[in-house]
Design a protein around this ligand. Structure first.
Ligand code: GLA
Length: 380
């Protein structure tokens, strides 16, 4: 049953197709006795004495979540983080527009608070993210005072100085660094986005950024190239693969790939089978695989009408997808070295604020209670 759903590939599936599936889904699940039973964890709901997520996964990989200093100030949230996660990532306070909006204008407050929490409680921390061309096109690093792109030497000097401050400040507590975020292009017209960084340096900025970072990180730290929508988009997967291969061939110090995994529950492209083949493919390059931003939106695209409540058939698909994803991740625990969710629960998730509608993308509900998807992910 699940194989049937996972093997479908409609490409850009329309809402009409979803409508049909929504009618078909309960019947299909009902008819496939094993799957229906397999997806029913309702008897477990409401158990406040459940084992925390990271403990369940102790023998496999650390489990993390994206957090902000504001979230950690809330004692309920910080206790929840300590119960369920052994690792954290900076939700936004390490990003250049926040931590250093102008040249030399450092604003360490938020990132320091997150790092201090990790130090105090012995949690692992991901350094997300040092460079992100697409999202920071207007930043001081790439423009001069007349808003013209700077030359390559000026950009590299600024980048090097930036790394020389930010990396040593958090290196005692950060083990994995997302050196660059979302560099690869969506189609085959170019391997990398033609953003400001590319316009100044061509592909070379990728190699340089990793080389510069290597000078400042600790000996055992991992340098990661983090990418979005890899499961969804074959061109992106191939561009990412080719980029990493070129880096390795040039001797660039890259240790791993970050597969973000902001996944659509309803996507027939973003399947456990795809995840499995991507992990196999990339790990053959001799690098670590890190799942860096996992969540599963209940919607298929931004403009989709908001649900009043989560439809049962979507919930069932999410339970199924989380179950299969975690089966795949466990089966590759020799190369998957961390799994991080983007948010802690359905209340504290970027999906909850997106497009002004409610969403249900994580393993815990709005009150921090484990959902059926949680029990599915922990069922082994
Ligand atoms: C991207 C980024 C993250 C965060 C998420 C959700 O995937 O890598 O830093 O912004 O989107 O907004």
């Amino acid at each position: 049953m699940s194989d049937f759903f996972e093997s479908l590939d409609f490409g850009m599936v329309t809402s009409v197709v979803y409508k049909i599936i929504s009618l078909f889904m309960p019947v299909a699940l009902f008819l496939s006795g094993t799957s229906a039973a397999e997806l029913d964890y309702s008897d477990k709901l409401g158990d406040s004495g459940y084992t925390g997520l990271y403990e369940v996964y102790e023998d496999y990989f650390p489990i993390g979540s994206a957090v902000s200093s504001g979230l950690l100030k809330d004692s309920q949230c910080s206790e929840f983080v300590l119960k369920n996660f052994s690792s954290m990532t900076f939700e936004y306070e390490l990003k250049q527009p926040i931590i250093c909006p102008t040249e030399g204008g450092w604003n360490f407050k938020g990132a320091d608070a997150v790092a201090d929490f990790a130090r105090e409680h012995g949690l692992k921390l991901r350094g997300h993210t040092l460079l992100w061309g697409e999202e920071s096109p207007q930043n001081w690093m790439v423009y001069d005072e007349n808003k013209n792109l700077v030359d390559k030497e000026t950009f590299y000097a600024r980048l090097y100085d930036y790394f020389s401050v930010i990396i040593p400040r958090y290196d005692d507590v950060v083990d994995d660094w997302d050196i660059i975020n979302e560099a690869c292009h969506w189609d085959y017209s170019s391997r990398l986005h033609k953003d400001a960084l590319y316009k100044i340096c061509g592909e070379e900025y990728i190699y340089k950024a990793f080389e510069f970072a290597k000078e400042f990180v600790g000996e055992n730290d991992k340098l990661i190239l983090n990418e979005t929508k890899v499961l969804n988009n074959k061109a992106k997967e191939n561009n990412l693969y080719a980029t990493i291969k070129a880096m390795i061939e040039k001797g660039t110090p890259i240790d791993g790939v970050g597969i973000q995994c902001h996944v659509d529950t309803l996507s027939f492209k973003e399947t456990a089978r795809r995840l499995d083949s991507i992990i196999k493919r990339f790990s053959k390059l001799g690098i670590e695989i890190q799942i860096t931003e996992l969540d599963m939106t209940a919607y298929s695209y931004d403009a989709q009408k908001a649900y009043d409540e989560l439809p049962v058939w979507v919930e069932q698909l999410q339970i199924l997808k989380y179950k299969r994803f975690f089966e795949v991740l466990r089966s590759h625990s020799d190369v998957v070295t961390s799994v991080t969710f983007w948010g802690i629960d359905d209340e504290h998730s970027y999906l909850a604020k997106k497009d002004g509608r409610e969403d249900w993308g994580l393993l815990f509900d709005k009150h921090g209670n484990p959902k059926q998807s949680f029990y599915a992910a922990c069922d082994f």
